[in-house]
Design a protein around this ligand. Structure first.
Ligand SMILES: Cc1cc2nc3c(=O)[nH]c(=O)nc-3n(C[C@H](O)[C@H](O)[C@H](O)COP(=O)(O)OP(=O)(O)OC[C@H]3O[C@@H](n4cnc5c(N)ncnc54)[C@H](O)[C@@H]3O)c2cc1C
Length: 474
């Protein structure tokens, strides 16, 4: 254990400063929780280990699924929390905590409307294609479709709300009494100094353990050697503290993977290309899976191919669709995207066997012309135009994006002991808490990460305020 390993400290000092609500971590979950608690009239301090709060949120596409929002209504998209619950439940094969699924599906729509209406986050519905597993268009994003832009807006909102965001503040210890009540935190500063801060309630929003190779090897061995594409500062601290306080842990094998990270340039290639008619082949030029199951589990399928790589194959129509995404434009600029007027030319560009790739393409084109026939993997190509020249391709690998297992919480985002009793004043949200993706990679419905961060972040902030007798503003 090194000096900064998370610990529970039993000897609390006389705190020189105390805040009603302290939030550990300044990503989407932390800033959303802080906004909610602040709105109830409480002083809130967010402690963030980095010089600028970014987290995995800033690395993400910033897309949040939500049902029944004003943005959906403006576009005439019929949706409801019940339909969303059905989609979440189907993706996780009924293995996600049902009460958390129901809670977050009901709460996320109002949360998105609240962030847009009250805090000026310009969410709109992403149109043009359905993410795997969603019955209707319900992904909400800011104009550039980047998490960095979402974080800019959340940081701006926090500043306007008068929230104290303290950066370069690495929380390493929680002071806790014998009953599990958190009394304060110990903060390490980059210059080696330490500070203590007392609190009446604490929100853990310091995400999961993707940045902790030992924990990944223990809980998600199939990703132990994979590229980690998330925030390296997320080292599982909430889980270590929670476990030391007797909290239950749930769904520790759950995570968001992605089967479409350009290699070697390490740029995310939008899954929209697969949903709208593209497909993936291995080094033999052959398909190996149903790309429509989801991009998360596709990480495992891609890593199982020779060399742990695959190639996305698509056409001009889909290339144009991709250009709407900033990441895709970066991939173009990096020279990762190759093209050819004929499939043989593309095969030469990508170093793939031309005859096999041409046969694979012909199969996909033939399937697109059928009346819904499924291929041997269970995918339908019909309903989308058959791929047509010129063709495009990019070499990709599978990666671990973030973890979805964490401390057990209830519908109020209170951290629960394994027995089911709530700890007195501890809340958790986002990657720090167990999510709604079931126990493994296949349960991740697109957007479950920010769904849990924003949805339970707001609940955690409200609950932390309610514990201190403050109701949120109407
Ligand atoms: C490339 C990529 C694309 C993605 N795209 C999407 C998407 O489009 N939609 C979606 O829903 N999800 C997406 N995700 C997942 C999503 O980013 C996460 O689920 C979400 O950001 C988690 O939010 P969070 O606030 O819990 O964690 P984070 O945003 O990671 O914030 C946690 C913060 O806690 C800080 N911290 C950690 N430990 C400590 C400590 N001890 N003391 C102080 N601070 C600490 C960290 O520095 C960090 O700033 C994507 C992830 C990646 C990597």
């Amino acid at each position: 254990m090194n000096a900064l390993s998370p610990v529970i400290l039993r000897e609390a000092p006389a705190f020189h400063a105390t805040a009603p609500v302290v939030v550990v971590g300044g990503g989407a979950a932390g800033l959303t929780a802080a906004l909610a608690a602040r709105e109830a009239g409480l002083e809130v301090i967010v402690l963030e280990r980095d010089p600028v709060p970014q987290g995995s949120t800033a690395l993400s596409s910033g897309l949040v699924p939500a049902a029944g929002t004003q943005a959906q209504k403006r576009r005439g998209i019929p949706d409801s929390p019940d339909l969303f619950i059905r989609d979440l439940t189907a993706k996780a094969k009924g293995k996600a905590a049902p009460r958390l699924v129901a809670t977050v599906a009901h709460e996320i729509g109002p949360a998105i409307d609240w962030l847009s209406g009250r805090h000026g986050v310009p969410f709109d519905v992403v149109e043009g294609f359905l993410y795997p597993g969603h019955s209707v268009l319900r992904m909400h994003g800011t104009p550039r479709r980047t998490g960095a832009e979402l974080m800019d807006h959340l940081r701006g909102a926090a500043e306007r709300a008068g929230i104290d965001v303290v950066t370069d503040a690495h929380v390493h210890g929680l002071y806790a009494g014998p009953d599990g009540r958190v009394l304060g935190v110990r903060i390490d500063r980059p210059d080696g100094s330490a500070e203590d801060l007392g609190c009446a309630s604490l929100v853990l929003a310091c995400s999961g353990f993707g940045g902790n190779p030992e924990m990944v090897r223990r809980y998600i061995p199939e990703m132990a050697d994979a590229l980690f594409f998330g925030h390296t500062g997320n080292t599982g601290d909430a889980i270590a503290w929670g476990a030391a306080l007797g909290a239950g842990l749930r769904d520790m094998g759950a995570y968001q993977g992605h089967g479409s990270v350009a290699t070697p340039s390490n740029v995310l290639i939008t899954w929209a290309l697969m949903m709208e008619g593209g497909f993936q082949v291995n080094a033999a030029g052959e398909r190996f899976s149903n790309e429509h199951e989801g991009y998360s589990e596709q990480s495992v399928a891609v890593l199982a191919q020779p060399g742990g790589v695959a190639w996305n194959i698509y056409d001009q129509r889909l290339h144009d669709l991709g250009l709407a995404f900033e990441d895709y434009r970066h991939a173009v600029a990096a020279g990762a995207i190759r093209s050819g007027d004929a499939i043989e030319g593309l095969a030469a560009q990508l170093g793939l066997p031309a005859a096999t790739l041409a046969a694979t393409l012909a199969d996909a084109q033939a399937l697109a012309a059928t009346d819904g026939r499924r291929d041997r993997f269970g995918r339908r190509f019909s309903g989308k135009p058959a791929l047509a020249p010129p063709f495009y391709g990019v070499k990709v690998t599978g990666a671990l994006f973030h973890t979805q297992g964490g401390v057990l919480i209830d519908e109020q985002a209170r951290v629960l002991q394994a027995s089911g009793n709530a700890l007195p004043n501890l809340f958790a949200a986002g990657g720090a808490a167990c999510g709604v993706s079931g126990p493994a990679v296949w349960g991740y419905l697109s957007g479950n990460g920010l769904l849990a961060a924003v949805g339970f972040g707001r609940i955690a902030g409200r609950s932390a305020a309610a514990l201190l007798g403050r109701a949120p503003a109407a």
